[in-house]
Design a protein around this ligand. Sequence first.
Ligand code: ATP
Length: 198
Amino acid sequence: MKVVGLTGNIGSGKTTVAHELERLGAEVIYADELAREARAALAPEICRAFPDACAEGRPDDRRLAQKVFADPAARRRLEAMIHPWVRRAVLQRLERLAQRETPPALVVLELPLLFETGWNPAPDGVLVVAAPDELRARRVAERSGLSLEEFRARDAAQLPQAEKVRRADWVIVNDGDLDALRAQVRRWYAEVVREGSA
Ligand code: ATP
């Protein structure tokens, strides 16, 4: 069972790549989904720390995001609550997959903050999805109505894209249309699964 980390900056196309890999047969673990579960599980703790980002005892994702992306100390505080929970959940899932009678050939960990959180144990390799800044800004504006200012604040909270590319084992440059992206993903998948079975 090969475990590959999938990361990239905001709006680079990680989730689109992950969905395509799933379609091709990879098992994908989405850290963002687990982070949502963590926010629900840790609601009392989060609301004690950030009462103005909560409504009826539950964190409001949009308000929480606004708060922490405007305040690096608050972001670190929230991440210190969420990340250990997410890490445990990921490791539990990996363990369950490895125990299957036929473990999947490829498990992909979609971890937006793989490098920033110093993820360990290190995966067998890291695939970075990158795209020009203006394209990423436009895509997230279209997807979620994020303003350019919000995009910049979130992007600045991450390691610079060029640094991620430098640390990557494989890079997918997502500067074409969706068909071009999917074709790159298919080539990458074929190569990595072939290597794994060699
Ligand atoms: P985030 O970090 O915000 O979660 P992400 O890296 O997971 O983003 P996606 O959600 O995959 O990125 O892509 C962002 C948006 O851009 C989505 O609406 C997606 O459909 C769109 N998109 C991604 N790649 C392309 C492309 N090559 N052409 C057109 N639209 C694209």
